[in-house]
Design a binder for this molecule. Structure first.
Ligand SMILES: [Zn+2]
Length: 328
């Protein structure tokens, strides 16, 4: 009966109760040993030997049971408190904005403070919004300036964020004061080009005569000082299909203080922006009359590269943590 009591115990708690019942001060075995004094002399020795044998036997059963239940308990605890060491701890992984996004935010902040709205549009565009309405009719040689990705259904991956300006003008009446930040796509891949990059374009449209090139020059000069600090800014005549007159904007080289280096091709100048007065044909396409406006556009990656002295544009998209960790 006592052996059974030990063998049915299924937890350490129950086994401990059983131990007290057997071996405790008022336990069953203790009671048996107390009988020893009433046993007649000649039988005492045999009785005592029997008792000790039984006690040793029970003790052995108890010890085995104890080890078994203890092992079981440890296993249960291990299971309950398992730590999956293959999981990454998120204590270390403090994220940060990608340098391109951080640069974009800095650019957006400037124009938002000047009351520009921030507009967005589709990345898959149609021919009208991406080319036609921007004074780039079919077979116009300027289309060659932009190596386009064409979709099977006739759409294109937008080659600039200018179509967002067309959409905005078709949607609303002037005045307009907007920027369009976002990803654009061109078939290009080298040290200063990736097939996807980001632009911020700006557009201001007001009543005819209310805005002119001087306004454009003033706002962009101030913007470039905000981005790059004390630099010289110069405007160079250029050509874009959707503006006339057009200009490219340079800043004095921030790497060599305009003395001439490899990055500025030894000219002392870095090209950073394109801009101009909106071409009348663009306003015709969106049926705006008696308005004038200016527009500008810049590549965000180029700004990020210049600001952080990154030598190869492609590095920005390789996802190498050794580079990215420096921007925490
Ligand atoms: Zn230089």
């Amino acid at each position: 009966e006592l052996e059974d009591k030990i063998s049915v115990a299924d937890s350490l708690e129950i086994l401990e109760k059983t131990r007290i019942e057997l071996f405790g001060k008022k336990g069953a075995m203790t009671a048996e040993f107390k009988k020893l004094k009433d046993v007649p002399g000649p039988e005492k020795k045999a009785f005592a030997e029997g008792l000790n044998r039984n006690k040793a036997n029970l003790q052995k059963l108890y010890d085995e049971k104890y080890s078994e239940l203890k092992a079981k308990k440890i296993e249960e605890l291990l299971k309950a408190e398992t730590i999956d060491v293959s999981l990454y701890s998120n204590l270390e992984a403090k994220g940060a904005l990608h340098p391109v996004m951080a640069t974009m935010d800095k650019i957006i902040d400037y124009f938002v403070a000047l009351n520009f709205s921030v507009e967005d549009g589709p990345k898959v565009e149609d021919d009208f919004h991406n080319f036609e309405a921007l004074n780039l009719p079919k077979n116009h040689p300027a289309r060659e300036m932009q190596d386009t990705f064409f979709c099977r259904d006739g759409g294109v991956l937008r080659t600039h964020t200018s179509p967002v300006q067309i959409r905005k003008m078709l949607e609303t009446k002037p005045p307009i004061r907007m920027i369009a930040p976002g990803a654009v796509f061109r078939k290009d891949y080298d040290i200063t080009h990736t097939p996807m990059f980001h632009q911020v374009e700006g557009l201001v449209v007001q009543k005819k005569g209310e805005v002119n090139f001087a306004n454009l020059k003033s706002i962009l000069s101030d913007f470039l000082h905000y981005m790059f600090g004390e630099v010289e800014v110069r405007f160079r005549p250029s050509f874009f299909p959707f503006t006339e007159p057009s200009a490219e904007v340079d800043i004095s080289c921030i790497f060599c203080e305009a003395k001439g280096c490899r990055i500025c091709s030894h000219t002392g100048w870095l090209e950073v922006l394109g801009c101009g007065i909106v071409d009348p044909n663009v306003f015709k396409a969106v049926e705006y009359e008696n308005v004038s406006g200016y527009a500008f556009g810049l590549g965000v990656e180029r700004f990020a590269m210049l600001l952080h002295k990154i030598p190869d544009l492609r590095m920005l998209f390789e996802g190498d943590r050794r580079l990215l960790e420096q921007f925490r």
